[in-house]
Design a protein around this ligand. Sequence first.
Ligand code: FDA
Length: 344
Amino acid sequence: MDKPTLQNRSYLSVSIALLAVGALTFLLFRNGEKWLRSILIYLSQAGWARTSVSNWGVSWRVASRFVSGTDREAAIATTRALNDKGLLVTLDYLGESCTNSGEAQQAQAEILRLLDDIEKHKLQANVSLKPTQLGLKLDPQLACENIRVVVQKAKSVGNFIRIDMEDHPTTDATLNIYRQLRYTDKLDNVGVVIQSYLYRSEGDIEQLIGDGARVRLCKGAYAEPPEAAYPQKADVDANYLNLSRMLLSDKARSNGVYPAFATHDPAMIDDIKLYVRANNIPIDSFEFQMLFGIRRDLQVALAEEGYRVRVYVPYGTAWYPYFVRRLAERPANIWFFISNFVKA
Ligand code: FDA
């Protein structure tokens, strides 16, 4: 990850130029933020950009704010440090959209080793995984089988697996895998994620509440078309609050739903805190979740107030798409990246 080759340098320059154009559009035009987000989501999926940006030391310097390290040892050290501060962890071995069954097997083997290490080191941590990392785009049945082995292993060591949610074309297949594991295989140590930007999410939450599921609620991190998702942030936020109320309802709690509110947004967090207090909901019947490297101050403050807080800690060499999605979420992160490029 040192000096880029001449070809990579040109790819890098194209990536940075696209970013700079996006950043200027953001500043100059009313819909600039949407354009900037679209450019970044495009870059997060572009193979040419991935190779050149990933192989460049400066990118890693910026990305390492959001990624604990490239190997399991680094992730374990980070987890221990967070646990010492009273924070729970969910570990994510980075990877998505695998292109052959060998890659899916490799990811599965690493996650199985991770589960052993969590037990060995007595860490307060569970594991999150992405269905496309375990083969969803190759064959949903293969992904289901791969994930089943992981969930069974987690059960044998008293741990829990969260199936992350990816872009909307994978939502049905992901929920089907969850249902198969939870109801056909009767594995109770698995949970799913619902995104408040999707129109369909209210119906999905209703069904999951009926089933007593463990649901993580987030806003959603992918570029979605207006046919599938609310284009306006205000609507995504309003739906987040609506869905959080559903997950905290008497019906949900009596069905055993244990929600995880994954957000750094103080407006969402304060609203949930007020709602919980006003309705005498025990603070150990849900948790807040945040990403490693984002709002560390808030993570610690909430834990000190007595809330359960879980930090999502990613590790691995396939950090590029995860990192670029973090840039897409907050324009200020891009200036930091561009200024490092200029200094390099
Ligand atoms: P919002 O984007 O409104 O940001 C609120 C504030 O948070 C910002 O003003 C800023 O202060 C801070 N912030 C947010 N993002 C930041 C960033 N990248 N850098 C610096 N500051 C930032 N998505 C998904 O589609 N599927 C999934 O499975 C998951 N899983 C998941 C797990 C966990 C634990 C978290 C916290 C998030 C996810 N997400 C996700 C991502 C989620 O959908 C969303 O994109 C981000 O959390 C950003 O949205 P916020 O709710 O934080 O609010």
